[in-house]
Ligand binder design. Structure first.
Ligand SMILES: [Zn+2]
Length: 189
């Protein structure tokens, strides 16, 4: 399991609020409401929200969107592979739902410093629920530059109720593709 903190800093909550805002934007676009921000030195440097429906691509999770914003930006700035790795090692991700196995593996390979998430992802969670990729202990890079997985600090349960209620209202009401709820038959008296 990822560790759960009893005392959450105001800064952590403030960044998670921004992630929740991204999730709300996803909800408004009829996407599964998951959002995230990536922070470096106390500053948001990228944000992302789930765009799987819009892109018709099941891998376009919030984390992937934010990671790609950074990779594109750093590529344009001419950063080398080592410099990109160094940048990621200073970044913290705030995401409303526990990263899935795919995203947790990507974060691990990129060597992110730390992750804070809201609610657990019971079906696909890669940070304690199904797999614990954040506990990976390999070195981030072996000689030759082949990426290896690296562990990262991971804390769950930040604003979890907000994250869950967004997901719940999406699946209960907001998803046009969801099966219609069964209504109890009208009783004739
Ligand atoms: Zn994911």
């Amino acid at each position: 399991m990822a560790s759960c903190v009893e005392q959450v800093s105001l800064e952590t909550v403030a960044f998670m609020e921004l992630a929740v805002h991204q999730a709300t934007l996803a909800m408004d676009s009829l996407e599964v409401p998951v959002g995230c921000v990536i922070v470096e030195d106390g500053e948001v440097i990228a944000s992302g929200r789930n765009r799987t429906t819009e892109t018709r691509n099941a891998t376009r999770h919030a984390e992937m969107e934010a990671i790609d914003v950074l990779l594109e930006k750093w590529k344009q700035n001419g950063l080398s592979e080592a410099e990109v790795a160094n940048k990621f090692s200073k970044c913290t991700l705030y995401v409303t739902c526990e990263p899935c196995i795919m995203c947790a593996a990507a974060l691990s390979i990129l060597g992110i410093k730390e992750v804070y998430y809201g609610c657990a992802n019971d079906k696909f969670g890669g940070c304690g629920s199904i797999l614990s990729l954040h506990l990976s202990s390999s070195e981030p890079l072996i000689s030759g530059g082949v990426p290896r997985q690296k562990g990262f600090k991971c804390t769950g349960g930040i604003m979890a109720s907000e994250a869950v209620s967004l997901l719940r209202s999406f699946y209960e009401q907001g998803n046009p593709n969801a099966p219609k709820p069964h209504r109890p038959p009208v009783q004739k008296i």
